[in-house]
Design a binder for this molecule. Structure first.
Ligand code: RAM
Length: 871
């Protein structure tokens, strides 16, 4: 049953090669740092605090724990990390670009000789644009779309590759392909889209450092010794797709051997290096592959491959045919009424791949390099011979984050909804959190990320992904504290905001969007318990609140500015944007106050508590009537007021009642981006659990399940992306892969499966387990990988018997709330429920029973009392 664990005690660090690590760690004289035994149950986020580490230093470490009985564990297997280049003076590389301008993506190469056997070799590389690295004819590493997408002028990530095993004595060739990417290609939003947003030219930057067995070194850097030649990639753009003429391939371009192309000099420039940062986020990788589900014929005669899943990445094409044959692949998310590929909603993003065959008689295999597509269907034109299932493979790309949860219920539709939420997260996590992955947009919309962050942190390990993006958010934040609509700020919110007359001089921050600055650090803290993200973002969080405070003026009511508001609600329901802005102002102040508390900034705690109280009062004064009607009485107005705890307690029941009345009278939700995440919480928390389930399980328009009736495999931007009569929403904004409304995932984990973090002991050091059965579900199972291990719940209802199995990770505790229970009726693992065996307290509040317990597995079963009495 209950098994608990005790203090973590000892961490040892040593510099050593991996092989030597274990013995070095045993040798006290080689130790960098020994934490000594630490008498604490905090076994996560122990920060290294030994001597300052140097560039390139490789550190091995291991850890052991002592349990409650003082018994030590074995040492963990040694693990390691390596330091990047910490000093500006570490860099001697120059930026290189092809001398002769060509429309084509360049090959870049440098031949060099090594004089001895290599003991250690690293290459540090980055680019303006996107690069792929090659050595002696082979691609290096498995990262895609490097160096990723950051606010390039302020922060440019470099990647580190270990080449120790790949180099040889004597001659070697290092090479790179260099595409436009986000840096120099077409990028932006509607009228504000831009070419060459970050710079006119692509360029490449790399430093190969070789240490020989005798400890001498050589450094090969990008400089004037490199050569360039046009590659077979005739063009490649993030949105546009790629054209590749395989006849132009040069076999030995990145290898020894004869060169047949025209190779010219490169321009080498010395630029400041101060924005260079080591790769921070998880790298983009090829994560999985999809085999076509079926092959269809369009009314136009074109062949269309259906991959069965709206996905993001690219296809691998296999073909054999005569030299010069052009195969054209167009990518789209849906088929139109005639069964043809629908591309209008791409609003000009080409998403087209053209491959021109080499024609040597062998099967040719091709994957694009510097683009990605959002698609389920691929229309194929010009394919020599018959298209078969083997002709096309879907290659799914995204930032490589571990899947962190499982969720399954007795209702397959909910399982599909969960699947769709996860797939929209995959598709919108190509290095930055995007709104959509397919049309001429694909931007880091702050509001979308803000509403989805909690769900995202259940689905996947998003710690690094969001930490990296928050650094760009802070970097692009304006001096007045406002946060751009999109991060990186490629639309230059303040300068080119499309509606200057509405925007006013400085009103670039939109409520619910800019609040990404406060909400996302907080969600990360809840999920992982790491205070460092709060420390690092604190200034940015406070600046955003200062901005809100300034816009709200003495009345503390943020009014009049341009806002996106409750974006894309259902029908013509619209919620007062001043109300929304003031509610979010309060929310951010509240979170900032809690953050100050977590960081021990006592003065700020007081300051922000007072401000929260005052903004709340202003909100009530301005927007809440004595009968608890909030604003114009839209669902979103009630949701924000209840979710952000803005109403006096005595009005909770009345406001929730009015919300439930709206849901019942319309029969459906009306919420947009900002109201949707909290809608079911506001209902279930205040006594309307069955109303919440009805909304969730409804599959008429509008609802979360309605898109399933049209075969959706991802979340739609619009509730009515495809209408019941088959007509489509306005193509200028009709993404079928948009995670914002998938924010309902949080409710599914927290209320259906019942798994919540606890902000007073975050990171699941303590969990709150409180499943709320309903909606006719009779079986639910979910698990979540926390930093302490797997946390899981699984419940079943048979007749009136409810059974809940929970598993709580070692070194953590939980409060489990058993719904509609009485203590006498409950068995735990077949025995009457009582304190002992890991259970530290049992309380009956007359409706539910609350149990405090330690780690381990528990099985509760009982006959449910008649409950679910809806007000
Ligand atoms: C569109 C998208 C995006 C949203 C903005 C305001 O570009 O719907 O998701 O955040 O508008």
């Amino acid at each position: 049953m209950a098994e608990t664990s005790g203090p973590q005690r000892l961490t040892r660090l040593a510099t050593a090669s991996p092989e030597a690590a274990a013995s070095a760690l045993d040798n006290d004289s080689q130790l960098l740092w020994d934490s000594g035994g630490i008498d604490s149950t905090d076994s996560t986020h122990r920060v290294y605090s030994g001597p300052r580490l140097r560039s390139r230093q490789r550190c091995s470490w291991r850890v052991r724990i002592w349990d409650d009985y003082g018994t030590p564990s074995e040492w963990s297997a040694p693990a390691w990390w390596e330091m990047g280049l910490l000093e500006l003076s570490d860099w001697s590389a120059q930026w290189i670009e092809p001398d002769a301008p060509s429309q084509r993506v360049p090959y870049l190469r440098r031949r060099f000789a090594l004089r001895d056997e290599v003991a250690r070799a690293r290459v540090y590389a980055t680019s303006h644009g996107l690069y792929q690295l090659y050595l002696n004819g082979h691609r290096i590493g498995d990262f895609e779309l490097t160096p990723g997408f950051t606010s390039y002028h302020k922060r440019l990530q470099y990647q580190t590759y270990d080449l120790t095993e790949s180099l040889r004595i004597g001659d070697n060739v290092i090479g790179a392909l260099l595409g436009e990417g986000w840096y120099a290609g077409v990028l932006g939003l509607g009228d504000a889209w831009d070419n060459k947003r970050y710079g006119e030219h692509t360029s490449f930057f790399a430093q190969l450092e070789v240490t020989y067995r005798d400890d001498t070194t050589d450094t090969i850097v990008t400089d004037e010794h490199w050569r360039s030649s046009p590659s077979p990639i005739l063009n490649s753009g993030v949105y546009a797709g790629e054209t590749y003429d395989a006849r132009l391939e040069q076999t030995h371009w990145a290898n020894l051997g004869g060169l047949n192309g025209l190779w010219s000099r490169v321009l080498a420039r010395i630029l400041p290096h101060d924005g260079l940062v080591a790769q921070h986020g998880p790298p983009i990788r090829k994560i999985q592959e999809l085999v076509p589900k079926c092959i269809l014929r369009a009314s136009t005669g074109e062949t269309i491959v259906d991959l069965g899943q709206n996905m993001v990445g690219w296809v691998r094409l296999c073909a054999r045919g005569p030299a010069g044959t052009t195969i054209t692949l167009r990518h789209g998310e849906i088929l139109d009424a005639k069964g043809d590929l629908y591309t209008e909603n791409l609003i000009g993003a080409g998403q087209t791949i053209r491959y021109i065959l080499r024609g040597t008689g062998a099967i040719e295999v091709y994957e694009p390099h510097f683009t990605f597509q959002g698609f389920r269907y691929v229309s194929i034109h010009g394919y020599p011979g018959e298209v078969t299932v083997g002709s096309i493979t879907g290659v799914v790309l995204h930032s490589d984050m571990a899947q962190a949860s499982e969720f399954a219920t007795s209702d397959d539709r909910l399982n599909q909804l969960h699947h769709n939420v996860v797939w929209s997260q995959k598709g919108n996590s190509v290095d930055i959190p995007t709104d959509c992955p397919q049309r001429l947009e694909r931007l880091g919309w702050t509001g979308d990320a803000q509403v989805f962050a909690a769900t995202a942190a259940f689905n996947m390990d998003v710690a690094l992904f969001f930490t990296k993006w928050l650094k760009d958010l802070a970097a692009d934040q304006y001096p007045n504290g406002s946060v751009p609509w999109v991060v990186p700020d490629v639309v230059r919110t303040i300068e080119v905001a499309p509606l200057p007359e509405l925007l006013g001089k400085e009103a670039a921050g939109a409520a619910g969007w800019g609040d990404a600055a406060t909400v996302i650090p907080w969600e990360l803290y809840l999920a992982y318990g790491d205070t460092r993200v709060l420390q690092e973002q604190y200034a940015s969080m406070a600046k955003w609140v200062d901005y809100q405070r300034a816009r709200a003026g003495d009345q503390l009511v943020w009014s009049g500015d341009y806002q996106w508001g409750d974006w894309l609600p259902f029908g013509d329901v619209s919620t007062d944007t001043d109300l929304i802005a003031t509610a979010y102002f309060a929310r951010s102040v509240d979170l900032l106050g809690r953050t100050a508390q977590a960081l021990g900034k006592d003065d700020d705690v007081l300051r922000y508590r007072i401000l929260f109280r005052d903004v709340r009062a202003a909100f009530n004064r301005t927007f809440v009537a004595t009968d608890a009607k909030v604003g114009g009485g839209t669902q979103t107005a009630y949701v924000l007021a209840l979710q952000f705890d803005l109403l006096p307690p005595e009005q909770h029941a009345a406001a929730a009642g009015l919300l439930a009345a709206s849901v019942r009278s319309t029969g459906h939700l009306t919420t947009g981006f900002l109201g949707t995440p909290g809608l079911l919480f506001a209902l279930s928390k205040f006594g309307y659990l069955e109303d919440a389930y009805r909304l969730l399980l409804r599959d008429n328009i509008p609802s979360w399940l309605y898109p399933l009736t049209h075969g959706a495999t991802t979340i739609w931007e619009n509730w009515d992306g495809i209408r019941p009569d088959g007509s489509l929403q306005d193509p200028s904004m009709n993404s079928f892969n948009h995670y914002a409304k998938g924010a309902v995932g949080e409710w599914m984990y927290r209320v259906i499966a019942g798994i919540s973090a606890d902000s007073t002991r975050p990171g699941y050091k303590h969990s709150r387990i409180s499943p709320k059965p309903g909606g006719g579900l009779h079986r639910v199972r979910a698990s979540h990988s926390t930093l302490y291990g797997e946390l899981s719940t699984s419940w079943e209802i048979a007749g009136s018997t409810f059974q809940l199995v929970v598993s709580i990770p070692a070194n953590t505790t939980a409060t489990v709330t058993l719904p509609s229970a009485t203590v006498q009726a409950i068995l735990e693992s077949g025995e009457p429920l009582a304190v002992g065996n890991g259970i530290t307290s049992v309380q009956d509040d007359g409706a539910d029973v609350t149990v405090e317990l330690g780690s381990g597995s528990y099985r509760f079963s009982y006959a449910m009392a008649d409950s679910h009495s809806e007000p």
